[in-house]
Design a protein around this ligand. Sequence first.
Ligand code: ZN
Length: 373
Amino acid sequence: MLIRMLTIASILLCSCVATASEQPQELKVTALSENVFLLTGERVGANVGLVIADEKVLLVDTLVSKHSEKLIKVVEKLTKLPVTYIVNTHGDFDHTGVNEHYRKQGALVIGQKNISHSNVDCDLCFKDYLALNLSDDIQIEMKSAVAHSFSDAIVHIPSANVVFMGDILTNISHPTFYQGGIAGLDKAISYALNLGDEQTKYIAGHGFVINAKQLQSYLAVTKELANLVVLKHRQGESSEAIFKSPEFSLLYSKFDNKVSFQDTNPERLKRFIERILATEIQIDSKIDVRQYAGQYQWDDTTPFQLVHEDNQLLYKESSQRIVELLPVSETKFMVRGQMGGYYQFALNEQGNIDSVTYVTSKESSYVATPVAQ
Ligand SMILES: [Zn+2]
């Protein structure tokens, strides 16, 4: 089952501009306010936030584990206090790699509840919203969202007028709204915009700090791009033709390196188009997905659930994965945001489920069966 896990893990990560030969640099510290710092570095994982209150310290995300020393060193330079809390903006490993180091020293890990379907051990999980007082004058507000992943959390620090967006905002590459689609991205960014004013600093999971006006542009351009790609695809145009179309180039050029890095690598842009199409899949709306809900187990006895929630059919596997399955026929379900791979249901004469096969993008397949209740 390891191969299945690796396939799954590799598709959930955000796109990365770096190559393996490039060496990571030391972390750069930028003061966002008197108490809030942004720690950034190239090729070390995601951006990190550090909040230093009178007696408590909070980190927003924690790099990839192999760069743990860089983070630990910088935090120790800035404060002698131990880290009290870590808030993860979602469960991807590039944001959570140093969690365990601090957790062993007593830090509590906070995340929205769906983070339990990743490898993060969450000590304080919230469903929709959580507010935490770090001191009398520093409050941290966390709100769940589904845009980049099912475990997205928007982290707002009103006293500093700062909002950490996680990978809901990735402006060092193209946008990565894989799990929530355009609707999820719109909802999450609209919420974030309502928190602030013209001076608010919005921190990307990967990339640079932007203001509200730039965040509005980021959303508007992304929505226009996605609409264009979907429309052209439904008119029968190939991804290559969409990529070469003047309309796509014109819209993409609105990412002007101030709103978002204008990545011109053709392979990554074609991949972006494919990802949009994998996110905005046209479903067969006649299918009642509730009948697929239930407990299942893979042939190695690993259990998972298909859950009907908010009109969606969700695949949930503890400590591993949560994704949405989208019906394109009675027996075939695609995974939102995933290029290639699908779930194939075998139904018996009564229309009940005999088995479900996950066919990966490389045509390997894994079989699961429903577990009798
Ligand atoms: Zn990331």
